[in-house]
Design a protein around this ligand. Sequence first.
Ligand code: C5P
Length: 240
Amino acid sequence: MSHNPAHSPAQLSPRDRLIVALDLPDVAAATAMVQRLGDSVSFYKIGLELTYGGGLGLAERLVGEGKQVFLDLKFHDIPNTVERATAQVARLGATYLTVHAFPQTMRAALEGVGDSPLRLLAVTVMTSYSDADVLEAGYACTAAELVAKRALQTRDLGLPGLILSSEEVAAVRQLVGPGMELITPGIRPAGSVLADQKRVMTPARARAAGADRIVVGRPITQAADPRAAAEAIIADLATV
Ligand code: C5P
């Protein structure tokens, strides 16, 4: 499936490289945002908050309208549960699903994907984890070492991609080679508000660092003109 030409990262248009994070309080607000963005945006990420607020129905509607959907649900459970839950997400028609990069979890999720076009993205180590957090969680290594180990395990198990911070992209790209899809949040167009993001890259810089797609939320959803903000980001991606 990682060889599906529709997903070949080299062939993506700048528009298809932009994934808008629908981090909005409810389905009504998210639906209104999707309508405002119209055909400027082809891909949406739905996370835990919106999922538990009716977002799965919205995800199905978006798929029905020809949009691509990234369900950021970060699965991690016993293999039977992960496999069956992943199969449900595959039936829903999502393009991407996140899972934590534990080998047992990744193997189970791959079973759940089966022959569907769903593509798994692994989360190696949450970017909120410092070296001290990694130690406290029981791992005798640094966060960077754990990221590297899990990135290679993800590739070797045959998952198609990773979601990772923009500052990790260049090193991880070098480590895993050109075959994996790397998708990154933490993107801010030049001159925009950082909010709670500390280390960010512009769309073009993230792309140049090796990201295949970028996830952008507030710089678009909180812009006075979200559609213009999305088009500006797509134009920036087109410069690379
Ligand atoms: O609004 P903003 O562009 O910062 O949103 C980025 C999206 O990516 C949010 O959905 C956020 O949860 C997600 N994300 C992130 N940084 C990470 C992991 C996920 O910003 N390290």
